[in-house]
Design a protein around this ligand. Sequence first.
Ligand code: KG4
Ligand code: ZN
Length: 338
Amino acid sequence: MEHKDIYILGIESSCDETAASVVKNGREVLSNIISSQIAIHRKYGGVVPEIASRKHIEHILPVIDAALESAQVSLEQVDAVAVTCGPGLVGALLVGLSAAKSLAWAAGKPLIGVNHLEGHVFANFLTDKNLEPPFLALVVSGGHTALLKVTGYNSFEMLGQTRDDAVGEAFDKIARVMGMPYPGGPEIEKLAQEGNPKAIDFPRAMLDDPFQFSFSGMKSAVINYLHNEEQARRPVNRADVAASFQEAVTDVLVQKSVLAIKATGLKEIVLAGGVSANKVLQNKLAAAAEQAGARLAHPTKILCTDNAVMIACRGYYMYQAGVASPWNLNAAPSLKLG
Ligand code: KG4
Ligand code: ZN
């Protein structure tokens, strides 16, 4: 029987990246266009939602055009349009959704609403062509921290998540207090390279529930440390603070991931979300997973942070399962995972 290639156009606009991509047969990236607003939001120390929406409106159509053109695929050849419908900023999400709906409707293609966090997990399928469920996923983004069991391409089981701050949020807030630009995660990682990770012993909240996280105590401890040292007029070794915080955060993430590997008996764990770009996290988790008899996979750097390749990939597996969204699909700012 002749095999028909499937082309999915993916669209992403949940936060501060306007992105579009064409993916062939779920795993082959034909284009990956990302227009980042980071430089604009940096002036304000974080994402300003109204500015994000306006910039998405300016960029969405050129970005989609560029994705189709660079993939050498026409809208007519596309089998479905996949778009992030949540979680994210409502105004930002609506821009991508409106563009996706209009294009899909005009071209007579199905519309597929994708959960952004599931998209982050699926970024691993583009980097690791042999990856197949079941596996564990440690989701660490700007707004979410969770341990997820991926039981099939369309079935997920939440093991646990954060009670308060997300990991990326803690990185960003601490960086801000230390006077570093947004987004703080990569800045802290860079500064930490010159610091001693054992210099300051910040608290590591392990909680009774093995798969739940809490990072607000650690975040406050770092901020209090900085304030106390400043008030006592003691010089602060900023690199030591960055390295010690990064060490504490990654210790908790790694220990809980190992507990999940042991509890589920799964042999593969993947990283997902912006913080998965962190090399210390990647290296520590890879070593600990191996000791526990499992293998770590993580996306390439460009696919760790927000992109539309992961949305097209997630959309492909929903398309294969016959899932399509209604035309009144709405933005779901607090869409849940699992
Ligand atoms: O997944 P993402 O791009 O957007 C959301 O869906 O939230 O994640 C952004 C988060 C930010 O908090 C950013 O500081 C963090 O990912 N991040 C990092 C690194 N690169 C990005 N955190 C630690 N180390 C990094 N290298
Ligand atoms: Zn994201």
